[in-house]
Design a protein around this ligand. Structure first.
Ligand code: BGC
Length: 739
């Protein structure tokens, strides 16, 4: 039935229901919410319903556009993105709530990915903490600052698995592994939403980009993906499922075509899996103009067909393009869309608005913004999490940590005194002026140290004219710290690279400096794995710092001078060259696994088959020893659990963190299984000489996998159980699973 007649007054029931507001916890209020939605739906015109499905973009500076006010007044706008700031958002919201016929509040979204104003490490860096508590903390700070600035909805977490470092958006996710990715997805959803996102320090989260966006062919952004349902279910879906299980309120449909059907018009992923199997009842928003792009994908002749395809497949809200709005009425008239599908989309949008508490409390308390933004505790959290995200890739002869009593150090490289790049891409409302560069961080940490700073070249490093100054600075110093890597805009969206070497002649700068013979520490800043073979072989120390955010410089100084012992691990494989890509640890075996002595095995003629640095890798200033791997039982049934224990000892002379990692391999199964699959991890802090038993539980959800007919089952037989400090150096034992 079409509802085209405007109803100018609330029904008594509707008013009463709208008055019983302010849910303490939306999860307990769902019944109330559903009847209030029904009451509203009963009063909405078709135009008002289609208006709810529309999201429009604000100005680059965070302001709304005049048109937004006009549409909000008429009740023809559901949501905006990028409009932010407590006063501005309130001004816009006031028009929707006080001047529109049905007083439906707007939903205000923004990309708050790794911080709102206090910027934390890029998501890939946060994943390198292997510490969900830190990651939740980062999201929680981001939510607090964003909500105080009038934002209700973040387009995060990005939970795309990425196996191709050419793809710039690898920086926005948690790397290559579904288990680690799921843990990070849960942590971020909890951090953003808490258990009640109507609170004034929480926002509703968005799992994106649904789905397989990270499988873009050749690592080129927006490119086509072709992924079997088996691999979707085993690798690409799990972090999204983890987000749903953690209560995520919204999803974003992705740009890519998936097996020939664009993901923003794909009924299999949007409805069958997400709604029918997973019972997700929140909003699906399209990615930016993704509905319109169905035309270029070649599955819709025009905007009308695009709207019909996307809406009927399960997209509820259209970001930026306006095909739902422009064509909804005609599509309904022609029976190409049902009233039910429009009403369901509206229902989901209203549901999230109710859960956000917007009907009872549509405005932001304007006094909060200045209190929480860049608060001392938020800034301190950013510094701690940043230091926890660093990965020590090499440290020959314990050149690190540097001694605070050194007389002089040369601080070199294009990123050594940079503030803009180190906050990374998708840095919310983050600003360079809030950030601390490495030069500033070192000066603050060791004020008496003579720091001979020279840039050497810009990030693109096309000119070598600054090399001599850098070399002279090195000669004049006792040690060298050289900060190299990418600029922030070399990763993130639309930032794929066909070479993942250091840009331009940065490597030549490092070589020139190392020729001085001075002990050299290479500090990397980058949004993806880089191919750094020469450095890995010839530089004595390498610290991977990703783009570590507002407090990067302080955190780097904390680690370089030993106040913090690095304990991060790689969430993604570092290849030796791009020709090896995709290279990931949880690959299937072949019938001819690589064997150096047998030509007819799976390998290359010109490069090893192994990575430069494997998944899970990272060193510490202390040493750890793992021993005594034990299972609570050698045999279990398919429904059984087994406890895995190992002893971890800090055998060095200082406190430090080790991330103990548990991998399994299902040796014989009805389908080929990966050579290793991460199924547990713990970041453990031990004092010097301290010893601790680490314990993991493996049960059906860890041992199970998808069978040939895509059922999740535990198949009887032998499992290898491996525990270690990365995905290569492992202790191993065997578990029998019996029918
Ligand atoms: C990106 C999304 C983002 C959206 C809104 C798109 O271009 O793919 O990740 O959330 O823009 O800014």
């Amino acid at each position: 039935m079409r509802s085209t007649k405007p109803i100018t007054t609330f029904s008594l029931l509707g008013v009463l229901l709208l008055l019983i507001a302010s849910p303490a916890s939306w999860s307990q209020q769902d019944n109330g919410i559903e009847s209030r939605i029904n009451a509203l739906l009963g009063q909405m015109t078709l135009a008002e319903k289609l208006g709810q499905l529309q999201q429009l973009d604000g100005e680059a500076n965070g302001n709304f556009r005049p048109e937004h006010l006009e549409l909000a007044r008429k009740g023809l706008l559901g949501s905006t993105l990028n409009v932010r700031g407590a006063q501005r958002t309130n001004q816009l919201q006031r028009v929707a709530v006080e001047q529109s016929r049905l007083k439906i509040p707007l939903l205000l979204g923004f990309d708050v990915i790794h911080g709102y104003r206090t910027i934390f490490p890029i998501s890939l860096g946060e994943a390198a903490t292997w510490d969900p508590v830190s990651v939740e903390r980062g999201a929680s700070v981001a939510a607090e600052e964003a909500r105080a600035a009038g934002i209700h909805w973040t387009f995060a977490p990005m939970v795309d698995i990425a196996r191709d470092p050419r793809w710039g958006r690898i920086s926005e996710g948690s790397g290559e592994d579904p288990y680690l990715g799921s843990a990070m997805a849960r942590a971020r959803v909890h951090g953003f939403q808490g258990d009640d996102y109507s609170r004034d320090n929480k926002v509703v989260a968005c799992a994106k980009h649904w789905v397989a966006y990270g499988a873009a062919e050749a690592g080129r952004d927006y490119n086509t993906t072709d992924v079997s349902e088996f691999t979707l279910r085993s690798i690409y879906f799990p972090p999204f499922k983890a987000a749903v299980d953690a209560g995520v309120g919204t999803f974003m449909s992705s740009f890519n075509a998936l097996n020939g059907v664009p993901a923003s018009a794909n009924p299999f992923t949007l409805t069958k899996v997400l709604r029918d199997e997973w019972k997700f009842d929140g909003i699906v928003v399209s990615d930016y103009t993704a509905v319109e792009e169905l035309i270029k994908h070649g599955i819709a002749a025009d905007g009308k067909e695009a709207a019909a395809e996307a809406l009927s497949a399960g997209v509820d809200m259209e970001m930026v393009s306006r095909n739902f709005n422009q064509n909804g009425a005609e599509l309904l008239q022609q029976n190409r869309l049902t009233q039910h599908s429009i009403d369901e989309a509206v229902r989901r949008i209203l549901r999230i608005k109710f859960r956000l508490g917007l009907f009872s409390n549509p405005y932001t308390n304007e006094s909060l913004e200045s209190k929480v933004t860049l608060s001392a505790s938020n800034v301190a959290a950013a510094r701690e999490v940043a230091a926890r995200s660093f990965v020590l890739l090499k440290n020959d002869n314990n050149i690190l940590p540097l001694n605070k009593n050194l007389g002089s150090v040369a601080l070199l490289g294009p990123l050594a005194d940079d503030k803009r790049n180190m906050i990374g891409s998708w840095s919310g409302d983050g600003r360079a002026e809030d950030a601390v560069s490495v030069l500033q961080g070192i000066k603050a940490k060791v004020p008496q140290l003579k720091v001979n700073y020279a840039k050497g070249c810009e990030v693109n490093c096309e000119q070598t004219s600054g090399f001599a100054e850098a070399v002279n600075a090195a000669r004049a110093s006792e040690a060298v710290i050289i900060v190299v890597g990418e600029s922030a805009d070399m990763s993130g969206e639309a930032a794929s690279r066909s070479s993942i070497d250091l840009p331009g002649r940065q490597l030549d700068l490092i070589k020139a400096v190392q020729e001085t013979g001075k002990p050299t520490v290479v500090v990397l800043m980058n949004g993806r794995p880089l191919t750094i073979n020469w450095i890995a072989e010839n530089s004595p120390a390498i610290l991977e710092t990703w783009f570590a955010g507002t407090q990067a410089g302080n955190a780097i100084a904390d680690v370089l001078f030993g106040d913090v012992n690095p304990g991060g691990k790689l969430p993604v494989t570092f290849p030796r060259n791009v020709g090896q890509i995709p290279l990931y640890y949880n690959h299937l075996n072949t019938g001819r696994p690589p064997d150096a002595n047998n030509k007819y095995t799976s390998k290359y003629l010109d490069v090893s088959w192994t990575p430069l640095f494997p998944f899970g890798y990272g060193l510490s200033y202390t040493k750890f020893k793992l021993s005594n791997l034990q299972l609570s039982a050698p045999r279990i049934g398919t429904n059984g659990n087994v406890t895995v224990t190992a002893d971890l000892e800090n055998t060095g002379s200082r406190a430090g963190d080790e991330v103990v990692q548990l991998y399994i391999r299902d040796v014989v199964s009805s389908v080929s299984r990966p050579v290793k699959e991460l199924k547990g991890f713990q970041r453990v802090t031990l004092q010097a000489n301290e010893k601790k038993q680490v314990k993991f539980t493996l049960g059906p959800s860890e041992l199970g996998s998808y069978s040939r007919d895509l059922k999740f089952v535990v198949e009887p037989g032998e499992f290898k159980i491996m525990v270690g400090s990365n995905s290569v150096d492992l202790l191993e034992t065997s578990l029998q699973v019996q029918p």
